[in-house]
Design a protein around this ligand. Sequence first.
Ligand SMILES: Cc1cc2nc3c(=O)[nH]c(=O)nc-3n(C[C@H](O)[C@H](O)[C@H](O)COP(=O)(O)OP(=O)(O)OC[C@H]3O[C@@H](n4cnc5c(N)ncnc54)[C@H](O)[C@@H]3O)c2cc1C
Length: 462
Amino acid sequence: MSNTVVEKKVDVLIVGAGIAGATLAANLAKMGKNIVVVERDLSERDVIIGELLQPGGVQKLQEMGFTSFLEHIDAQPVYGYDIIYKERDYLIPYPNKNGEPSGFGFRNGAFLQNIRKHILAHGNIRVIEGTVTQLIEKDNVILGATYKSKLGVDEENVYAQLTVVTDGPLSNFREKLSNPVKKVNGYFLGLLLKNCELPFANHGHLVMGDHPPMVIYPVTSRSWRVLIDFKGEKPPRLGRDFKKFLLEEFEQAIPQSARSAFVASVEEGKFKTFPNHRLPACPNKKAGAVLLGDALNMRHPLTGGGMTAAFNDVLRLSTNLERVTDFSDSRQVRKAIDKFYETRHLGTQTTNILADGLYGVVYNRDLRQAFFEYVSRGDKYAEETCSILAGLNKDKKLLLNHFIGMARYGTQLKINSEKSGVVVTESITMVKDAVGIITPLLLSEKPDPGNRLMLEALNRVI
Ligand SMILES: Cc1cc2nc3c(=O)[nH]c(=O)nc-3n(C[C@H](O)[C@H](O)[C@H](O)COP(=O)(O)OP(=O)(O)OC[C@H]3O[C@@H](n4cnc5c(N)ncnc54)[C@H](O)[C@@H]3O)c2cc1C
């Protein structure tokens, strides 16, 4: 049975108080909007997702006035990346010449609870702990949602001028509001390294070699998160021999100073896995609703760009909605949403392209070596690449130049170092591979591909 407890239409209903939903609620409430948030579980989550916020994401928090979300959670400033390739490494600092912020590493649950504490205390926001079971739709317009509260028995309805669906990577409702072409590229296995040092304190470490890639970054003052990639559509089998396999395959690749912590963590066996998706944004515009966060768009987490993309979107959407003078005027709301969908790529496309592009590179033997050699040249080769990774520089042309430049540099090195017909063929293949990786990524960032078939075809290529 369904009761209407909130008879009056609120301005905005938000489905999911995760990273994107809770921050949007905070920002819209600041603008005086009247908001209801429905979140299925308000307790602190213990997850391996969203634990490194790039400087570009911190910058967006600053612009919204929410840097307090990073306080009192033992968050660690992150100043750049150490790129480790086999026995060598190269340190690239984030840009900081013009007062750009550092990144931050933290436990995702602690960070999210800070955001939730803020919205729970806000007079304009009503937070309900409950699971949304369906969106209420009439004549192709979304009018709100039905939810079952955690403690209640009956289902209840909330009606809103605008429903924001931000129910995360495993969204139940994205099909209603988009034409998703989702692909699982693989899984991250997460481990915590406790009480150890890495070559560079307060830095991310990208570890590449003949093994699958790993990323390591600080999440508290005493622990580092390690994420190990497992390619393929199925999660790794955590069977009897799994610990042995992890030690054989990865122990030697972990920097020496952290090896015993790695072994201890493997022995402890508290493994967590999560699927890594690629989901280009492909919304279908439906009156009364908008998709946001991972429900709308996902990229590989190798570069830790998801929350930065989400905060870019949150700020863009709320700025558009701030201009709506009357939320009951559906035309005004619709215009704000259309503009959001049409322009959001300007804030997120370089983050998306770099994430899936670099993922392609680290699995290509020649290209990953070329990538290492290219950034090891320092200067703009390291600095500009890192500014894009940081989410501070959003110049798509610059990203493309570096991506292709990296492959060309790799061919140059190959040709200089060896002399045979095979090398020329391999060099041509390297550039072709780089173009093959980046082209579909560029195309799928177009704001309105409008064609599910095209995205499906592009997904098959990468
Ligand atoms: C392995 C992995 C590692 C990652 N690492 C990083 C990283 O280091 N840095 C980074 O920036 N990004 C990272 N990301 C991406 C990042 O985690 C996401 O981009 C970000 O969390 C998206 O936020 P969201 O609000 O869309 O989803 P979430 O934060 O997952 O929020 C969704 C919310 O919706 C709620 N919900 C779901 N269904 C319902 C329902 N029916 N009713 C009510 N509530 C509901 C959920 O409980 C949850 O609270 C990683 C991703 C993966 C997979």
